[in-house]
Design a protein around this ligand. Structure first.
Ligand SMILES: *Cc1c(COP(=O)(O)O)cnc(C)c1O
Length: 389
């Protein structure tokens, strides 16, 4: 379909093509200098000691859990209002995801209160997701983690460049992804910065970083690059590892994209504010995160429709206007596979409410102010016409 305004669009151009060409010309196309540079730059930008590039964020989450020793018999608390990969990564380890509800209809992040109510002796990790790039209440979450001696993993797939304002530590600004034990980022094509497929683990913990680096590449003690450089000629296998590596073309793409991140996040913020101004007075549309303070990466623009608006109808109408929308998210605990597997009677009323009433409108840096006007006008038109019946 040829959209008038697509849900997202890529900011990829000549610079990226040149960076990739340089890698191909060099004939060293996986696990080399460029990947190392991307890891260093990304970690530095996020205030982390270590960055470990991987093939996607799902792999990053899997490795994070493995590095913390999570496996069969363990429970990991996470939101259900997230992409299915968050919970899948827990299942890969043999552990069980336990879903916690969101805070409320303004703050769609996982609720610290509900997290605490789900902790038992099997609980090992709290896996939070910074929804749409708005940081979770990390003061409370870290407090709970310390109280019950749990690890914290941040699924920061939406949140490169986002910052949390700690109230506990006198407004100290902390980069999202480095507040918990391990942070995981995604560079899938629709994320704020992209390598097509790709991900990054960040951590300040040397031991976790070492483990993750080794498990990313078959559990081997030395890397291809070191062997090539003659730094080592033999290796041992000390863990059950995986092949979760990133290649040099993607790392080159990532380096260019990282340079654009701040500018593009600023642009997203501007468009978000414009949406907010223009939609604020519409009774049937609620905009989440209005009470937020901190720095968001404004990954997506979610709205909640009032009870009386039919979402399918609304989405269909925007479609006829050439406006692409999406839903973030169909709750994980309601998917057939998860229902059958977990057989739990999860009570997550707010998550289910958002799952029914949320619509994501287009948001991407190259979007124009005109596009926002057009979308808002279309929303208003729909509401005006739907009121008459
Ligand atoms: C995109 C996404 C992932 C998965 O990232 P991949 O890089 O596609 O594996 C995980 N969690 C959330 C919240 C996401 O949005």
């Amino acid at each position: 379909m040829n959209w008038k305004v697509p849900l997202f669009d890529l900011d990829i151009g000549k610079e990226e093509i040149e960076a990739i060409s340089r890698v191909i010309d060099s004939k060293w196309i996986s696990m080399g200098q460029v990947t190392r540079e991307f890891e260093r730059e990304f970690a530095q930008r996020h205030g982390a000691k270590h960055g470990i590039a991987v093939c996607n964020c799902t792999a990053a989450l899997h490795l994070a859990l493995k590095a913390l020793g999570i496996g069969k018999g363990d429970e990991v608390i996470c939101p259900s209002l997230t992409f299915v990969a968050t919970a899948n990564s827990i299942l890969y380890t043999g552990a069980t995801p336990v879903f916690a509800d969101i805070v409320d209809k303004d703050n769609l992040n996982v609720s610290p209160y509900d997290i605490e109510s789900k902790i038992n002796e099997k609980t090992k990790v709290i896996l939070v997701v910074h929804y749409a790039g708005f940081p979770c209440d990390m003061d409370r979450i870290m407090e709970i983690a310390r109280k019950y001696n749990l690890f914290v993993i941040e699924d920061a797939a939406h949140a490169p460049g986002a910052e949390y304002y700690s109230k506990k530590r006198k407004g100290k600004r902390e980069k999202v992804g480095t507040i918990g034990d391990i942070g995981c980022f995604s560079f899938f094509s629709n994320k704020n910065m992209t390598t097509g497929e790709g991900g990054m683990v960040v951590t300040n913990n040397d031991e976790f970083a070492d483990k993750i680096r080794i498990m990313r590449s078959h559990g081997m003690t030395s890397l291809t690059w070191d062997r090539y450089k003659g730094l080592s000629y033999n290796y041992d296998v000390i863990e059950l590892g995986f092949n979760y590596r990133m290649d040099e073309m993607r790392a080159a793409l990532g380096l260019v994209q990282l340079k654009k991140l701040d500018k593009n996040n600023e642009r997203r913020k501007k468009l978000w504010k414009l949406y907010k101004e223009k939609l604020n007075d519409i009774e049937e549309v609620n905009i989440p995160f209005l009470k937020f303070s901190g720095i968001s990466s404004y990954h997506i623009f979610p709205i909640l429709l009032s009870q009386k608006i039919n979402r399918e109808d609304f989405i269909q109408y925007l479609r006829t206007k050439g406006i692409q929308t999406s839903i973030h998210y169909p709750p994980i605990h309601l998917f057939s596979y998860y229902k059958k597997l977990l057989r739990s009677n999860d009570n997550l009323p707010l998550t289910e409410y958002v799952g029914r009433k949320e619509v994501t409108l287009p948001l991407f840096p190259a979007m124009r102010e005109d596009d926002v006007d057009y979308i808002v006008k279309s929303v208003k038109n729909y509401l005006k016409n739907s009121k008459s019946f």
